[in-house]
Design a protein around this ligand. Structure first.
Ligand code: NAI
Ligand code: 15L
Length: 269
């Protein structure tokens, strides 16, 4: 049967807030969790990913989990270790113990951030390109993907790992023209990841059908994802404002991870 009750971790965050609005339209009943209070949701569970008892209770009875909680930018290794590495392990253990069948894991383009951007006629970046994390943050996403593979092979717990590009209401940089995922396409992709049959552990890139795409969306499409949006209408204005950022000597311009490679934004607390 198609999943109905879904635990959304990281519900107070940017993506969590967008998905709280959009996913109920697909018929999901969301249970919300975050370490911070979730605005407008008094029933949300306030818990840290370090709290295994709370996680176990939170996953009890849900059909699936969308795991967004964690540090979403660069931070000292000790913080990343606690929130993203141990935290994701704690969630998987809780899901295994409670018999949850599927997790949709918010991985990131920064798991493969040192991968060169395709130039000219180069092929798009495939999902099986080697992990090349660009930060401790990206390293935690590489770990999360490996953890997901292990829980599938060892315990039959399914995951779709979504290497999200940039999911915001609008693209705000030239780089984002290539990796933008509109919120509506994000909801389409999470819905496909929740409902496709027999995913085992599947890795997909998460973006709209952008004209300037750098990566191969075929594994996402194979789940039934049919993106409807393209960042191209924003291109002219962003390029006029920022230039086309094409200096072959600047890794921020030549790698998938962009400025995360050279000067990553830092988690504020
Ligand atoms: P965000 O930083 O706005 O939200 C993350 C949420 O996780 C926050 O509400 C925070 O309170 C919560 N959180 C952090 N540590 C926690 C802990 N120890 N226990 C419980 N909750 C905790 O990030 P955003 O943009 O909403 O991203 C959501 C997820 O998607 C993150 O895992 C991020 O790495 C991933 N992602 C997002 C992208 C995007 O474009 N928004 C791109 C690639 C990946
Ligand atoms: C990410 O992984 C971050 O969580 C998000 O805030 C964006 O910065 C995104 O990558 C990006 O690469 O633009």
């Amino acid at each position: 049967p198609a999943p109905r009750t879904v635990l959304l971790t990281g519900a107070a965050g940017g993506l969590g807030t967008l998905m709280r609005d959009l996913l109920p339209e697909y018929g999901y009943e969301l249970r919300l969790l975050d370490v911070r209070p979730v605005e407008g949701a008094p029933d949300a569970i306030t818990a840290d990913l370090a709290d295994r008892a709370a996680l176990r209770e939170a996953v009890r009875g849900v059909d699936a989990v969308i795991h967004l909680a964690g540090i979403s930018l660069e931070a000292p290794f000790e913080k990343i270790l606690k929130a993203n590495i141990e935290g994701t392990y704690n969630l998987y253990e809780a899901a295994r113990e409670e018999g949850v069948r599927r997790i949709v894991f918010a991985s990131s383009n920064h798991a493969v951030g040192y991968t060169p951007r395709p130039q000219g006629d180069d092929p798009l970046i495939p999902v099986d390109t080697p992990h090349r994390p660009d930060t401790f943050y990206g390293l935690s996403k590489s770990f999360g993907e490996d953890l997901a593979q292990f829980y599938w092979d060892k315990h039959g717990l399914e995951t779709v790992s979504v290497r999200i590009g940039s999911c915001f209401p609008e693209p705000t940089s030239v780089r984002m023209l290539s990796i933008w995922m509109s919120p509506a396409d994000g909801a389409r992709l999470f819905h496909a990841a929740l409902t496709a049959e027999g995913v085992g552990h599947t890795v997909v890139y998460g973006s709209s059908a952008n004209t300037r795409l750098w990566w191969d969306l075929s594994s996402a499409r194979a789940l039934g994802y049919a993106p409807q949006d393209d960042s191209e209408p924003y291109a002219e204005k962003l390029i006029a404002e920022q230039g086309d950022l094409n200096d072959p000597a600047d890794p921020a311009h030549t790698t998938l991870g962009g400025h995360f490679v050279t000067d990553p934004p830092v988690w504020p607390y």
